[in-house]
Design a protein around this ligand. Structure first.
Ligand code: SF4
Ligand code: SF4
Length: 69
């Protein structure tokens, strides 16, 4: 079984756009509010099929990829 995708490790790496949540074909992602009410994605490891769509759609990960090129 492949690794569970890591959508963010620091909160700065997620703007809460919900794109990953919207694209997940398995409804494995929940948007959970932090203590300040900002939404962050949480992946249900039981539902996730490791398709990678959530990582591909994330605008912040796309920006990081461009920077690295
Ligand atoms: S890898 Fe696929 S199934 Fe898993 S959370 Fe991301 S979009 Fe959903
Ligand atoms: S697509 Fe990226 S920035 Fe948007 S909610 Fe998901 S992890 Fe956060």
């Amino acid at each position: 079984m492949k690794e569970l995708p890591i959508l963010y490790t620091r909160k700065e790496e997620c703007c809460g756009c919900t794109a990953c949540y919207a694209i997940c074909p398995k409804n494995a992602i929940s948007m959970i509010p932090d203590e300040e009410g900002f939404l962050y994605p949480s992946i249900d490891a039981e539902k996730c099929v490791r398709c990678g769509s959530c990582l591909k759609v994330c605008p912040i990960k796309a920006a990081v990829t461009v920077q690295n090129n």
